[in-house]
Ligand binder design. Structure first.
Ligand code: NAD
Length: 488
C-alpha cells in the first residue's frame, strides 16, 4: 500500500495507519488504504512549500497551465468508467449519478483551463503621463484543500482545477470515507505532467490528517467544503497566521411553491430537490414552503410519489436513490426525525428504516415527509443531510420570504410560480447564493457557487472561483524617472 502522494512519490503513512473503506450500500470491503497522521501532513506541506518557492509551476505561463488542465480533462474522460465505479463504491450512490459527476468534473477542468489562458491582468489608466500601471494576478501559494464525502471528486475538482490553473501548489485532504477518486485524480495529474510537489494527497481523519493544515505557517490558503462546526474550527485555526480562508458549508434550503406554480413541475422538482442522493446534498431543498391554498393537494401528491421511490445499491438499475453514507449518519438523521415529531411535526411517510432493505448491511433510510412544521423546530433549522422533507405553510409573498430567510444558512433555494415579476422580487429578497426559478439543482462551471451567512464565504466556480486562488498585485512604473522634490 502506498496511497499518500507527497512530493511526487507514492508513499505509505509513517505511522503505518490504515483504514478499511466499506461500501455503504452493502458493507462490503472496497479496500484498505493508508491513514495519514500529523507527520505525513507536515511532510506534504513541506513538499508543497518547496514546489511553490523553488519549483517551475508558479512560474509557468498561464496558457501552459491551461493546456495541462485540458490534458487532465481528456484523461478524466478516458477513465470515466473507472472513476464513476470507484465513486459509487465509496459513496453508495447510483452509478448513473457518478457518471454525471465525472462529466461535470471534466467540464470543470476544461472551464478553468480555458479561463486562465484568457485572463492575464489589466492595464490601468492612471491619468498620469509617463506611468505604466498594471494589475497582475499571481498564485496565493500553498493551498490546503479539504473536501467532504457526498460529492467527493466533484468538490475536489472545484478546488483543484482553479488552484492549479492559478499556479498554486496544494495538499488535498479528502474525506476519510471516500478516498478512491482522489487517489485516481493524483495519478492523472502525474500522467498529465504536473511537476513533483505541486499536487500532494494525504488521506485520513480530520483531527489527525486535516487539522494540521489549518494553523501551519507554511499554508497560505485553506479552502474547505464540509460541515459548519468543522468550518468554524478551521477558520479559528487559520486566524493565527491570517491565512486566506474559503468556506463552503451547509445549507437548510427553502423550496418555495406558490399556488400559481405549474403543479406537475413543482411536485416533480420538490422530490428531486430533497431526495436526490438521499438528501446528502448541501443544496438539497429540504424545507418545502407551500402556499396555504395549495398545501393539501400538493403535499398529498409529494407524499404519494415519495412512497414510490425505490432504494437500492449503486449497480441496481431499478434503484432511484441509494443508502446514507454511514451508520452514524443514519442515526443522526433518525434523531432529527424523532426530535421533529416530538416538537409537533406530522409524519406523512417514511420515518423508519425499511422493513425489507435492499441489503441488510446497507445504511438505507426511506424518503420521509414531515408536515405541519414550523421554523422553531430543529429539524427545520438544522441540516439533517438526509432524505427528510419538512413542510411549512405560508399565506402570502412576504411571509414566504420571511420564512425562507429565517435560518442561519443561505446556500441555495427554489421558487416555483408562473408570475415572473413575483419570482424576481422573491429572488432579490432571499439572502441566498444560488436561486433556481421553476427548476432545482442545475449548475454550470461558468456561474459562481457559494453561500451567504453561515453557509460560508468565498465562491467556487466562475471567474470568482479562480480569483479565490490568486493574489492581485498592482505594479506602477514611472517610464521617465525624475526627482519629485517633496523634501527638498
Ligand atoms: P465534515 O465537516 O465532517 O468533513 C469535511 C472534511 O473536513 C473531511 O475531509 C473531514 O475529514 C475534514 N475534517 C473534519 N474535522 C477536521 C478538522 N478538525 N480539521 C480539518 N479537517 C477536518 O463534513 P462532511 O460530513 O464530510 O460533509 C457534509 C457537510 O458538507 C454538510 O454540512 C454539507 O452541507 C457540506 N457540503 C457543503 C457544500 C457546499 O458547496 N457548500 C458541498 C458539499 C457538502
Amino acid at each position: 500500500m502506498a496511497d499518500l502522494y507527497i512530493g511526487g512519490t507514492w508513499t505509505s503513512a509513517r505511522e503505518k495507519g490504515t483504514r478499511e473503506i466499506r461500501c455503504p450500500a452493502d458493507g462490503s470491503l472496497v479496500a484498505v488504504v493508508d491513514e495519514a497522521g500529523p507527520q505525513d501532513t507536515a511532510d506534504a506541506i513541506a513538499a508543497a512549500r518547496r514546489a511553490f518557492d523553488d519549483g517551475p509551476w508558479p512560474r509557468t505561463p498561464p496558457n501552459e497551465r491551461g493546456d495541462l488542465l485540458l490534458r487532465v480533462a481528456d484523461l478524466l474522460a478516458r477513465d470515466k468508467d473507472v472513476l464513476a465505479r470507484a465513486e459509487s463504491l465509496d459513496t453508495g450512490k447510483r452509478l448513473v449519478e457518478s457518471e454525471y459527476d465525472i462529466d461535470d468534473i471534466e467540464n470543470c477542468f476544461r472551464y478553468f483551463g480555458r479561463l486562465v489562458a484568457s485572463e492575464s491582468g489589466r492595464v490601468v489608466e492612471t491619468g498620469t503621463e509617463g506611468v505604466d500601471s498594471r494589475v497582475v494576478y499571481e498564485p496565493v501559494g500553498v493551498c490546503a484543500l479539504i473536501t467532504p464525502w457526498n460529492y467527493p471528486l466533484l468538490q475536489t475538482a472545484w478546488k483543484v482545477a482553479p488552484a492549479l490553473a492559478a499556479g498554486n501548489t496544494f495538499i488535498l485532504k479528502p474525506s476519510e470515507l471516500t478516498p478512491h477518486t482522489a487517489i485516481h485524480l493524483m495519478r492523472l495529474l502525474e500522467e498529465a505532467g504536473v511537476p513533483a510537489g505541486v499536487a500532494n494527497l494525504v488521506l485520513g481523519a480530520g483531527p489527525e490528517a486535516g487539522a494540521p493544515l489549518g494553523d501551519h505557517p507554511d499554508v497560505d490558503l485553506v479552502s474547505f467544503t464540509g460541515g459548519l462546526q468543522t468550518g468554524r474550527r478551521l477558520m479559528a485555526a487559520a486566524a493565527g497566521t491570517v491565512k486566506k480562508v474559503a468556506l463552503e458549508l451547509g445549507g437548510k434550503n427553502p423550496n418555495i411553491v406558490f399556488a400559481d406554480a405549474d403543479f406537475e413541475t413543482a411536485v416533480d422538482m420538490a422530490l428531486t430537490a430533497v431526495f436526490l442522493h438521499s438528501g446528502q446534498v448541501c443544496s438539497a431543498g429540504a424545507r418545502l414552503l407551500v402556499e396555504d391554498s395549495l398545501h393539501d393537494r400538493f403535499v398529498d401528491e409529494v407524499v404519494r410519489r415519495a412512497r414510490l421511490i425505490r432504494l437500492g445499491g449503486p449497480f441496481d438499475e431499478q434503484a432511484q436513490t441509494g443508502p446514507l453514507i454511514s451508520a452514524a449518519h443514519r442515526e443522526k438523521v433518525e434523531a432529527y426525525v424523532a426530535k421533529g415529531l416530538e416538537e409537533g411535526a406530522v409524519l406523512r411517510c417514511g420515518g423508519e428504516r425499511p422493513a425489507d432493505p435492499p441489503h441488510p448491511d446497507g445504511f438505507y433510510y426511506p424518503p420521509t415527509v414531515l408536515d405541519e412544521c414550523s421554523g422553531r423546530m430543529s429539524v427545520v433549522q438544522e441540516e439533517s443531510f438526509g432524505p427528510v422533507l419538512t413542510v411549512e405553510r405560508f399565506t402570502d409573498e412576504a411571509e414566504a420570504v420571511r420564512l425562507a430567510n429565517d435560518t442561519i444558512y443561505g446556500l441555495a433555494g427554489g421558487i416555483f410560480t408562473s408570475d415572473e415579476a413575483k419570482a424576481q422580487r422573491v429572488a432579490s429578497a432571499l439572502r441566498i447564493g444560488t436561486i433556481w426559478i421553476n427548476d432545482y439543482h442545475p449548475y454550470v462551471p461558468q456561474a459562481e457557487w457559494g453561500g451567504y451567512k453561515q453557509s460560508g464565504f468565498g465562491r467556487e466556480l466562475g471567474p470568482a472561483g479562480l480569483a479565490e486562488y490568486r493574489e492581485t498585485k498592482h505594479i506602477w512604473r514611472t517610464t521617465n524617472p525624475s526627482p519629485q522634490g517633496w523634501f527638498s
